[in-house]
Design a protein around this ligand. Structure first.
Ligand code: IPM
Ligand code: MG
Length: 369
């Protein structure tokens, strides 16, 4: 039996809806495998703005930093969308990533063969797709300063800044190379070295680091070409490693390989202990989907699969993580789909909570087998 502190940050929009389903699964894992999870719910994003005036309070950051892991839903929504507002829901997730030092974002994309017919892409293209995008998460244009707007005689002006240090590049590239070593030993390093100075530094460091990994094959791709190859030959990729903004864009694209944004979980990790575990934040890659809030249409699988990643990377509970992943596969194999992934004729379309319950039941059943 093991004891863990977990901070729960459901957030806004469909965040709380998919969270509820993830909690069903988390409670079952706790009971079936005799662990003790001490869960503390915190306000983030728009929900926090309404209550406290800011998207992330120091108290919440403190709770998160003293937990074993943070489970995060999604933040944002039309209510707080005024582009000129200085307080924005997204500051919560950016503040947590930065404040907790979670510089490495892992976004695995596996295409379940059973879902080939639900995809917008052809079976021949999808077959064998199993990749991980390693996205730098605490630097680049997301955090570079200056970032501002002003007006002069030529009208409205704006600036954002991309800034990176060699240390930031090195540590994320190492995460990519190490991960590739435990997989199919191929790294695709993605940049825009034909245009950006930061990307030329990135490529230089990627080339230097690759010398420490002679067993890993390296491919350098420009981000625009990578975007194209991702849908032309997705199965050729193993580990894609890239900076913050490129990783953000490429993972939305990659989610469509897996059928929907509602399928992709993510793990945001910082420095690891010797045994590989450490504080992490786990969230689906999708947003708050204001258009479908409260209708039972949201796909909870990305959130549920994020729980699996949390068990694996922060709590060191591999067997429990696999139990969740297998349960999700079984429910998909049985033909159940939320609306976003229901492309095939055979699919049985179900609601958010039905999906959560079915996955939960499969976990219970697997224990009895
Ligand atoms: C993501 C999201 C976030 C990002 C937003 C909500 C700040 O798109 O996690 O991919 O841009 O990183
Ligand atoms: Mg994104």
């Amino acid at each position: 039996m093991a004891f863990f502190n977990i901070a729960l940050a459901p957030g806004d929009g469909i965040g709380p809806e998919v969270f509820e389903e993830a909690l069903k699964v988390l409670h079952s894992i706790e009971r079936l495998y005799s662990h003790e999870f001490s869960l503390k719910e915190v306000l983030v994003g728009g929900a926090s703005i309404d209550e406290t005036g800011v998207a992330l309070t120091d108290e919440v950051l403190d709770t998160a930093s003293t937990s074993n892991a943070v489970l995060f839903g999604a933040v944002g929504g039309p209510k707080w969308d005024d582009p000129s507002a200085s307080v924005r829901p997204e500051q919560a997730i950016l503040g947590l990533r930065k404040g907790l030092g979670l510089f490495a974002n892992l976004r695995p994309v596996r295409v379940n063969p059973i879902m080939f017919e639900d995809s917008a892409l052809k079976r021949e293209v999808l077959e064998g797709t199993d990749l991980v995008v390693v996205r730098e998460l605490t630097g680049g244009v997301y955090f570079g300063r200056p970032q501002k707007r002003w007006t002069n005689s030529r009208g409205r002006q704006a600036v954002d800044t991309v800034r990176y240090s060699e240390k930031e590049f090195e540590r994320i590239l190492r995460v990519g190379f190490e991960l590739a070593r435990s997989r199919r030993k191929k790294v695709t390093s993605v940049d825009k070295a034909n245009i950006l100075e930061t990307s030329r530094l990135w490529r230089e460091i990627a080339t230097e680091i690759s010398e420490d990994y002679p067993d890993v094959e390296v491919e350098h791709l420009l981000v625009d070409a990578c975007a194209m190859h991702l849908i032309r030959r997705p199965a050729d990729f193993d580990v894609i490693v890239t900076e913050n903004l490129f990783g953000d864009i490429l993972t939305d694209e990659a989610s469509m390989l897996a059928g929907s944004m509602g399928m992709l979980p993510s793990a945001s990790l910082g420095r690891r202990r010797k045994n590989g575990t450490g504080l992490g934040l786990y969230e689906p890659i999708h947003g708050t989907a204001p258009d479908i809030v409260g209708q039972g249409l949201a796909n909870p699988l990305a959130m549920i699969l994020s729980v699996a990643l949390m068990l694996r990377y922060s709590l060191g509970l591999e067997k429990e993580a696999e139990a969740i992943e297998v349960a999700v596969e079984k429910v998909i194999a049985d033909g159940y789909r939320t609306a976003d992934i229901a492309g095939g004729v055979q699919s049985k379309v179900i609601s958010t909570s039905q999906m959560g319950t079915l996955v939960d039941e499969k976990i219970e059943l697997s224990q009895k087998e």
